[in-house]
Design a protein around this ligand. Sequence first.
Ligand SMILES: Nc1ncnc2c1ncn2[C@@H]1O[C@H](COP(=O)(O)OP(=O)(O)OP(=O)(O)O)[C@@H](O)[C@H]1O
Length: 260
Amino acid sequence: MAARRRDPAHAGRILSTRALTRHFGGVHAVSDVDLDVGTGERVSVIGPNGAGKSTLFNLVAGEFRPSGGRVEMFGADMTRASIQQRAHRGLARTFQTSKLFTSMTVADNLYLALCGRPGSVRRLRDARRDHERIGRARGLAERAGLGAEFGVEVGELSHGQQRQLELAMALAAQPALLMLDEPAAGLSPSERGQLTTVLRELSAGVTLLLIEHDMDIALVIGERVVVMSDGAKVLEGSPSEIRSSELVRRIYLGGTLDVR
Ligand SMILES: Nc1ncnc2c1ncn2[C@@H]1O[C@H](COP(=O)(O)OP(=O)(O)OP(=O)(O)O)[C@@H](O)[C@H]1O
């Protein structure tokens, strides 16, 4: 495992939100959220269902326009930037629901991810003959525990394997900022272990923003943890501060999460 601890106060900021807000009619999905993420930092975002985590991600990724506030990324104001502009600057993300091409093989999905944009049959044909790209795709598949499934159609993979492939595809873009939305959802215990290993071994150059309901993963991977409730950021701290927080306990009281 790569040793990678730093003082976030001294790291350059890759992402800052200020008073970031999104309403859906009368629903305050995200309210006045200030979030700072240092370059190379691993930050977990936790909170009960409906807390606003995915909406926050969608605002940062450009899927949603904010009702108010700012998003600064990579040293620039990106509040109004398109999804493509953000991706071009180094943002990659996975979704709660799959975006894979299920009738294609693992290899072809990875080739397309390495091409940078999907859809071109010609680019795919070229990629299949490109030894450098084949090597990179194999490396990504192996890191995700899918080395043996390289030639397998994605529709035949288990749910957990598909999630691992999504992560591998996000990593294909060599993102500066990687945002993962519940990567452990639906995974078996052994697949969760594998995911944790992959996340721990991410290169130091990748900044990680992680939404995760599995508290073991959220608190092991996140060196800082942001807690959301009712659209607001209510707390942030180290994993041990979150574990011992009475507020976190209260927020999850009656919920399904196990805050140890
Ligand atoms: N497109 C939308 N239209 C209307 N309301 C929405 C929309 N997206 C989210 N919401 C509402 O905003 C609130 C926050 O939802 P969000 O999905 O961001 O929470 P979450 O913390 O990601 O929840 P979960 O853990 O269940 O995924 C919820 O009340 C949700 O119903």
